[in-house]
Design a protein around this ligand. Structure first.
Ligand code: ATP
Ligand code: MG
Length: 161
């Protein structure tokens, strides 16, 4: 596990930009963190890194927002209003299995509500820091592929590779 200190919203966004720049198609990012911890801000950065020009808005009411126009597609989900039993019938695997939708980056807010998980994913937990800003904890699970992120961040000892 790696812990990053994100001093302000721009730092949260710029972590997202790096993920969006570098992660390969098929990446799943499971986001957890209290209300207002910065999950949507991070996904907005991912959109910027992918070159998506549309505004990324929280899909709390629409559940899934799809942005096909960047380097690879972005699928942004928010499970806040759902019970695990409701999530189960949504067939969310179709977003990371690659058969029904073109593979891209799948970013899921409130991922603790997922009753099942992909085999490999980046777990990213945001929490309020005791002083100010936020902390991010990153854990790669399974064979999560860091893609070009490994080169982008290769010199940084504080990041997971
Ligand atoms: P929700 O649980 O409602 O979906 P969220 O986790 O998606 O919330 P955001 O909407 O992204 O949270 O951010 C909430 C607020 O926190 C925003 O005003 C955002 O600018 C701010 N914020 C994001 N990152 C940081 C940070 N590192 N330091 C301080 N403020 C931050
Ligand atoms: Mg949000």
């Amino acid at each position: 596990m790696t812990t990053l200190f994100l001093t302000d919203a721009e730092a949260t966004r710029s972590l997202g930009v790096r993920l969006g720049n570098c992660l390969p198609a098929g990446s799943v990012i499971l986001l957890e963190g209290d209300l207002g911890a910065g999950k949507t801000t991070l996904v907005q950065g991912i959109g910027e890194g992918l070159g998506i020009e549309d505004a990324i808005v929280s899909p709390t009411f629409t559940l899934i927002n799809e942005y096909p126009e960047g380097r690879i597609p972005l699928y942004h989900l928010d499970l806040y209003r759902l019970e695990p039993s409701e999530v189960e019938v949504l067939n969310l695997e179709s977003y990371w299995e690659g058969a029904e939708f073109p593979l891209g980056i799948v970013a899921i807010e409130w991922a603790e509500r997922l009753p099942y998980k992909p085999q490999s994913y980046l777990y990213l937990r945001l929490s309020y820091s005791p002083e100010s800003g936020r902390q991010a904890e990153l854990v790669s699970v399974g064979n999560f592929d860091w893609g070009a992120l490994a080169q982008d961040l290769g010199q940084a000892k504080d990041l997971p590779l």
